[in-house]
Ligand binder design. Structure first.
Ligand code: FES
Length: 400
């Protein structure tokens, strides 16, 4: 597509000719010399290309196509990462070590990234937690198989070392308080992954107060990172790890869904900072316990399944203005703005669809929206709202 109705002066054809030159050069050089050239710090050379793209003299997609031919993970602005290693950490969970390109802006332990994948021309994305951040820039994520899913089976079964993946920016609010007199980590299923990222980082930084980890899984083979957690437990006297099986009974382990009896061995429980991650149902159980126990300590939770949304609002017809798209349509007060925009054929950016990643944030221009999680109303023009967890409360206009 041309910008402002004119073709960029440097077309895809010109870039392809450059590429032809590069490929010819590759044949002239020995493989190792060419690889040495590729390894040079090319990042500063991308600045003029970015300037040309910003002036619409070049298309970013053309430049990206050229860069990807030179090095699969190179892009002008987008983050691509090369798969450097893969290993199974449970029967149904794979850990990937990734080396992102220079566009990666870093992350905090406990955060997540969006992984993008194109399948049969359809762009798909899923959020995965960062289980480790290495000092040399590599990062690790863990992917749990979702039977019948469209993304995880592909990543687990087909993604090979050396291939590349596109990543979004890191997001997530879980934080480890280094001054806490003790920490309790409660995880269900793949909820262990962000907590492991926090745990690794805290131990590496010398956190010495007591830490207890309870990981809830249906069956024994789903206990992820067992060898590593056991090794950490052997290395750090302040760390205690327990697994709870919620499915098939096993006498030596704790059993059943989360309940206060599982915390009997946790010393000075009321002093502990509590971090919980798992399904929305698991997180709700932890919150209920925390409220009823009158815990004085801080609680942070994160659910990886969509929050249960309040369906208390009466269904009314309203008018939705998607201003940048120049659409004014009839909508309703029950469904999220993301859902309603998509049903009109719009393609708003989004990631988690749970109100966590902020990638669906848009500006409210007029009207009132309701937060589907809490029922709170927002009516300030110019206010950023998350489309996936906001429903119109009346006629609204948003900058989309
Ligand atoms: S899609 Fe992640 S906050 Fe809306």
């Amino acid at each position: 597509m041309a910008f402002a109705g004119v073709e960029p002066p440097f077309s895809a054809q010109v870039l392809t000719e450059w590429l032809g030159f590069w490929q010819f050069s590759e044949q002239l050089f020995t493989g190792s010399l060419f690889m040495a050239l590729i390894a040079l710090p090319w990042a500063p050379l991308l600045r003029p290309l970015r300037a040309l793209v910003a002036r619409h003299w070049l298309r970013e997609s053309d430049v990206d196509a050229l860069l990807a031919r030179l090095q699969p993970a190179w892009r002008l602005n987008r983050v691509f990462a090369r798969v450097e290693a893969r290993h199974w950490v449970a029967d149904d969970m794979l850990a990937l070590t990734l080396r992102p390109n220079g566009n990666w802006r870093g992350a905090q332990p406990g955060q997540h990234v969006q992984v993008y994948l194109e399948q049969a021309g359809v762009r798909l994305s899923r959020s995965y937690s960062l289980t480790a951040l290495h000092a040399d820039g590599r990062l690790e994520i863990a992917i749990k198989r979702q039977p019948g899913g469209r993304v995880s089976p592909h990543l687990l079964d087909w993604l090979a070392v050396g291939q590349v993946l596109e990543l979004g920016p890191a997001f997530g609010e879980l934080r480890w308080d280094a001054r806490s007199p003790g920490v309790l980590l409660l995880a269900a299923g793949s909820g262990i992954t962000p907590l492991l990222g926090l745990l690794r980082s805290a131990l590496a930084q010398g956190f010495s107060a007591p830490i207890s980890v309870l990981h809830y899984v249906r069956e024994q083979g789903q206990r992820a990172f067992v060898a590593e957690l056991q090794a950490l437990q052997a290395q750090y006297a302040n760390l205690q790890v327990r697994w709870v099986l919620t499915g098939a009974p096993l006498t030596a382990e704790l059993q059943g869904r989360f309940n206060a009896a599982h915390l009997i061995e946790v010393a000075e429980l009321s002093q502990r900072q509590v971090l919980a991650c798992g399904s929305a149902g698991f997180v709700e159980q932890v919150q209920q316990w925390w409220r009823s126990a009158g815990q004085g300590s801080a609680l942070q939770v994160e659910a990886f399944t969509p929050p249960r949304l309040l369906a208390t609002a009466a269904r009314r017809e309203v008018r939705l203005g998607f201003v940048r798209s120049q659409q004014s349509v009839v909508g309703d007060t029950r469904r999220s703005l993301l859902e309603q925009a998509e049903s009109q054929g719009l393609r708003p950016a989004h990631g988690c669809r749970q109100g966590i990643c902020a990638s669906c944030t848009c500006v409210l221009l007029a009207g009132v929206v309701r937060d589907l999680r809490s029922g709170a109303l927002f009516d300030e023009p110019g206010q950023p709202i998350r489309l996936c967890i906001s429903a119109p409360h009346g006629d609204v206009a948003i900058d989309l």
